[in-house]
Design a protein around this ligand. Structure first.
Ligand code: SF4
Length: 347
């Protein structure tokens, strides 16, 4: 009887132990699964956290690539007019020789991926962006990209403190690079870059009409007279042949800004305002008859293009602002993709 009782006890205990063991094993598996889930959630979270850094890194890379290409390769529209000018010049003249040197310079810089000119010039950025864009963050990334590009030799160390003349060697300081933001209706971000040489910046000019010395009144004929006066005064200085960016109107500051933005237009476009389209054409044709020629050596090519914009003005003022761009017309642009990669080149 005692033996039967013992056996019965064992039979009752055994299934309970097995059940407990099984459920413990199940709990462990479940726990492991939960840990795995938590771990994979953590990894996913890490990935999400890393994403902005990655896209920032990509943006820095895209900006450096933009700077490198802008510095070394002239856009197609500019190359085209330079080649046309070369073919226009008479054979065995100093003008043809100068144009051939310019052509060789362009080809060499492109082949070696090296700066077209030792004069980096002012680094001008123009950013078109949708609403809700963080300009401060973008500015600090531009600064980083400019410093890195300078270290890599894509930009010469070219920006100095105006009072001490000290060169930080970074190309970054108050007002440099010069960054301009415009909100647009597109969903994408566009970054345009222009490197504007010091020599050509020096021959820029601003006129206040009427200008009695030139008998230039407050009309398009007056505008025409002062533009041609600026071309004549430059006499090829500022590394001609070049392109003019003009603004009629605005205040002094806005006028100069707009005249530079006109240089962002493709050279083969046509002004939407008929009178200005005619004036642009006439300025180039008349300038090229002045005989100033490339670098002022004489010849048929003094100007490669002229782009004119217009801003409202005060009744009391009539400014004509003229920005001159040398033959080393370095401008490019990119459209950024969703991850800040270069989606499209704009010129
Ligand atoms: S003006 Fe233009 S071509 Fe002349 S040195 Fe400066 S960047 Fe070079």
């Amino acid at each position: 009887m005692a033996i039967k009782k013992k056996l019965a006890k064992k039979m009752v205990k055994k299934p309970i132990k097995t059940a407990v063991k099984k459920s413990a094993a199940k709990t462990k598996v479940a726990a492991k699964k939960t840990i795995k889930k938590v771990a994979s959630k953590k990894t996913a979270a890490k990935k999400v956290i890393q994403k902005p850094e990655n896209t920032q890194k990509t943006l820095e890379t895209s900006l450096i690539e933009l700077i490198k290409i802008t510095s070394a390769v002239l856009p197609d529209d500019v190359q085209k007019v330079i080649l046309e000018a070369l073919h226009r010049e008479e054979k065995n003249t100093t003008a043809e020789y100068a144009m051939n040197i310019i052509k060789a310079n362009i080809e060499l810089a492109k082949k070696k991926s090296q700066p077209l000119c030792q004069d980096t010039g002012t680094v001008l950025f123009y950013i078109g962006h949708p609403a809700g864009f963080d300009q401060n963050k973008f500015t600090s990334l531009i600064h980083k990209a400019v410093v890195k590009s300078t270290e890599l030799g894509f930009l010469r160390q070219n920006s100095v403190d105006s009072l001490t003349g000290e060169n930080s060697g970074m190309n970054v300081g108050p007002g440099h690079p010069s960054i301009h933001y415009h909100q647009h209706n597109k969903k994408t971000v566009e970054v345009k870059l222009m490197l504007k040489g010091g020599g050509c910046e020096n021959v820029g000019a601003q006129y206040s009409l009427p200008e009695t010395r030139l008998d230039a009144g407050r009309d398009l004929n007056g505008v025409r007279k002062v533009i041609l006066d600026a071309v004549h005064k430059a006499q090829g200085k500022g590394c001609g042949p070049g392109v003019l960016g003009i603004c009629i109107g605005g205040d002094r500051g806005a006028g100069y800004n707009e005249s530079k933005e006109q240089l962002l237009r493709r050279l083969d476009d046509t002004n939407e305002i008929l009178e200005l389209a005619d004036l642009e054409k006439e300025i180039v044709e008349t300038s090229n008859k002045l005989g100033i020629g490339p670098m002022g050596f004489g010849g048929k090519t003094t100007l490669l293009g002229c782009k004119i914009g217009v801003l409202n003005r005060l009744p009391a003022s009539f400014f004509v602002s003229i920005s001159y761009m040398c033959w080393a017309f370095r401008r490019q642009g990119i459209e950024l993709g969703e991850k800040n990669q270069i989606k499209k080149w704009l010129y």
